[in-house]
Ligand binder design. Structure first.
Ligand SMILES: Cc1ncc(COP(=O)(O)O)c(C=O)c1O
Length: 421
């Protein structure tokens, strides 16, 4: 019985794995902290050492796709998996299940919101598809998104268009844009009396543009329009509280910048909107105002879910503001050097208001896929080539564990490639 209670507290007890593995090192590293410490390698070295990925034979610069977990999260997952293997129906459904409410609380603290507005699920696709398919829209109702939203969400809207006769409009932009009002106006100009929903991708995955979500939400609400935010790349990277965005719905994956295990996600719905959203997966009270109605997802890994707890401990050990500043610094570090190389172009704003981790780069004369392949085959640098609409570049995304020496290798590689073209 005592053991069950301890497991229920799991990641959030005094005996958390984070306390066992990292707390002392993190405390030690604090000695090196100053206000301008985004450049402080004594501090960040401790963070890098907490990830096995920092010692990988390949340099991972596609953390926008999915991020590795720090050692503490890997070990937590292993611990829970071993436990579940002893008898999943007992350990998952009677023991780990008790960890969900403390986890909801801590996710809410991280998101700066009410735990009764948080549902835990498997990824941003599941979270946002729940909202998209759950909204009681009628034939002729209009939704405004952009061509730069994530394909899984664009496809969900297209499916609603086909099935229910809603009208799905997609704006287009030429990024980078360093002017919020221009973006807000583009959404505003597309509004008609039939517009019911605006769908915004907080950080555009293709190119890293940060969208002015709060300003768009304020404009939309004045016209009675609800706002859905895809926060797949912003949660646990940008230092914001979900209610500050003034949106109505927010979905994110936790396996990106939170570094939780792959297959973990979260949905936030403003309290007074929960009742009207139909669950994507059935629930016995589909019109209930209890956010838990979105968690009847069938048999799944409660081990993954519980290991999110240690990712939160790790995140709080650093602090989101610090993390945002460091990752922005890392992006600027390589991109500012790279843009001085003849033939190399940076496709993303380097200002902190308009981008954080992600930046696009191209080398004159090479297609994005060619540059991506060369970076990997000749330099063991893993990125992703993006050739989509007006975005033609390689996407580079560092994370907190990225070493400056690895970014030097990236700049050096770009220089060598550009010279040879
Ligand atoms: C902006 C954006 N939204 C949603 C997703 C989907 O995330 P997941 O595959 O974890 O559901 C991604 C994935 O890269 C993304 O970039």
């Amino acid at each position: 019985m005592k053991k069950s209670a301890a497991l229920g507290m799991g990641a959030f007890g005094l005996d958390s794995l984070f306390n066992e593995i990292h707390a002392a090192d993190f405390q030690n590293a604090e000695k090196f902290w100053r206000d301008d410490s985004e450049t402080n390698d004594n501090y960040w070295g401790t963070i890098q050492d907490a990830y096995t990925a920092s010692k990988s034979e390949i340099i991972i610069l596609n953390n926008g796709g999915v991020s590795p977990s720090p050692i503490v999260v890997q070990q937590a997952l292993e611990k829970y998996n071993k436990q579940a293997a002893q008898g999943p129906s007992y350990y998952m459904w009677r023991i780990m299940d008790k960890g969900r409410e403390p986890l909801r609380q801590r996710l809410a603290t991280l998101g700066g919101c009410d735990p009764e507005e948080i549902a835990i699920n498997r990824n941003a696709t599941e979270a946002l598809n729940t909202v998209i398919f759950g909204l009681p829209l009628q034939k002729g109702d209009e939704v405004i998104g952009t061509k730069f939203d994530y394909p899984n969400m664009m496809n969900a809207w297209r499916q609603r268009q086909l099935r229910d006769g809603i009208v799905y409009k997609q704006l287009s932009f030429e990024f980078p844009i360093e002017n919020d009002e221009q973006i807000v106006k583009a959404y505003e100009d597309a509004i008609t009396p039939q517009t019911k929903i605006i769908h915004i991708t907080h950080i555009v995955n293709w190119i890293g543009q940060i969208m002015p979500v709060k300003k768009i939400s304020q404009m939309a609400h004045k016209k009675g329009i609800e706002v859905i935010v895809d926060g797949a790349h912003s949660f646990a990277l940008l230092d914001f509280k979900i209610p500050d965005l003034e949106c109505d719905y927010f979905g994110t994956s936790l396996h990106k910048f939170l570094s939780a295990p792959v297959g973990s996600g979260m949905m936030w719905i403003k309290k007074d909107k929960i009742a009207k959203i139909w669950p994507l997966v059935c629930n016995q009270e589909p019109t209930s105002a209890d956010i838990r109605k979105f968690e009847t997802l069938g048999t799944r890994s409660f081990c993954i879910e519980q290991a999110i707890g240690e990712a939160i401990n790790f995140q709080e050990g650093i602090g989101t503001k610090r993390k945002q500043e460091r990752i922005h610094y890392l992006k600027k570090y390589w991109a500012e050097r790279a843009k001085e190389i003849p033939g190399v172009k940076i496709h993303t704003s380097l200002k902190p208001e308009y981008s954080c981790a992600i930046a696009g780069v191209s080398v004159e004369g090479l297609k994005p896929t060619e540059l991506d392949s060369k970076l990997f085959s000749d330099f063991k640098i893993h990125t992703v080539g993006i050739s989509y609409e007006s975005v033609q570049c390689v996407r580079v995304t560092p994370h907190v564990y990225t070493k400056i020496s690895d970014l030097d290798k990236l700049v050096d590689a770009l220089e060598k490639i550009a010279k040879k073209v």
